[in-house]
Design a binder for this molecule. Structure first.
Ligand SMILES: [Cu+2]
Length: 198
């Protein structure tokens, strides 16, 4: 592909646009508003750029990919591994699968005032998850793992809502999480997976 003629063509188009723009009479007040709008756009693009490169705020899709069609065959999101898990470092990892029209597992118990890392995947179409009172609000895109760390401020029942339209049953797609006082919560004991039993 020849890039030189393409660049020249773009240059001509840009020059034509500028000429047409200059030929149009624009009131001073309008010019000021155009300048303000451009500054707002530049500010927002700047904030997004700084967040992306310096604070690591990226769309969930950038993090990790997974084959949605074979979740049940994979290791991490196989049925036995879903729910609350405490890893070797003592971190609480919660693996959940979203599918039309529920979140699996349907119910979990977690401690309050403790960082919890949620790992979400979709088994079918685009879903979303939102938990009021927390920073949990993310898309669950098929083929990607969405990971969010959050903390529940106090014990209680928290709803878990799908906030991306996923089909006719979307408005019934919700679940709830029981948040228990930190001192009363006990890590679930996982039964050994098949094949590991002695
Ligand atoms: Cu939905």
């Amino acid at each position: 592909m020849q890039t030189k003629p393409l660049i020249q063509k773009c240059g001509h188009v840009l020059r034509d646009c500028c000429a047409q723009f200059n030929a149009v009479h624009i009131d001073n007040l309008e010019r000021k508003w155009i300048a303000i709008s451009m500054m707002v756009i530049a500010l927002l693009v700047g904030i997004i750029t700084i967040d992306a490169f310096f604070h690591g705020v990226n769309p969930p899709g950038k993090v990790e990919t997974i084959d949605s069609a074979s979740l049940h065959l994979g290791k991490e999101f196989a049925e036995d591994n879903l729910g609350v898990d405490v890893n070797d470092k003592g971190e609480i990892i919660i693996r959940m699968v979203a599918g039309r029209y529920s979140f699996f597992p349907k119910h979990i118990d977690v401690p309050a005032e403790t960082p919890l890392t949620f790992r979400w995947v979709s088994m079918d179409v685009l879903h979303g998850v939102h938990i009021p009172m927390t920073n949990m609000s993310t898309m669950i895109v098929p083929g990607y793992v969405a990971e969010i760390t959050t903390t529940f401020p106090k014990p209680g029942e928290y709803p878990l809502l799908c906030n991306e339209y996923c089909g006719l049953g979307h408005n019934h797609m919700w679940s709830n999480i029981s948040v228990i006082a930190k001192e009363d919560w006990q890590a679930p004991v996982k039964s050994p997976a098949k094949g590991e039993q002695q």
